[in-house]
Design a protein around this ligand. Structure first.
Ligand SMILES: [Zn+2]
Length: 102
């Protein structure tokens, strides 16, 4: 499973997701058609991520130095952006009792 994720986009995406589940906080600031602004916080740091259309930007050094999509953008575009949409929790049918109680 871990290896499978690592294959995706040179490991970047896999690491992003790994970080996300390891306690990153995503705070959505703006969300509209084709545009997402938000903050990612972890380890006392804060990164501002902006995705607008097909462009994206992040306040981290990784992005500033190389101009590449960093893991924060990955999270914003995938996990984070999906999260800030108010989702109606999918109702699941209650598990059927195996038998009668009493
Ligand atoms: Zn970044």
């Amino acid at each position: 499973m871990r290896k499978l994720l690592a294959k995706v986009e040179d490991g970047r995406f896999g690491r992003a997701l790994a970080g996300f589940v390891a306690g990153w906080q995503w705070e959505c600031k703006v969300r509209r058609e084709g545009e997402v602004h938000g903050l990612i916080r972890y380890s006392g740091k804060e990164y501002r991520v902006v995705i607008a259309g097909r462009r994206a930007r992040c306040s981290c050094a990784d992005f500033a130095a190389r101009g590449l999509f960093c893991k924060h953008i990955g999270v914003c575009g995938c996990g984070g952006a999906g999260r800030c949409r108010p989702e109606v929790p999918r109702r699941q049918p209650p598990p059927r009792p195996g038998g009668k109680f009493g």
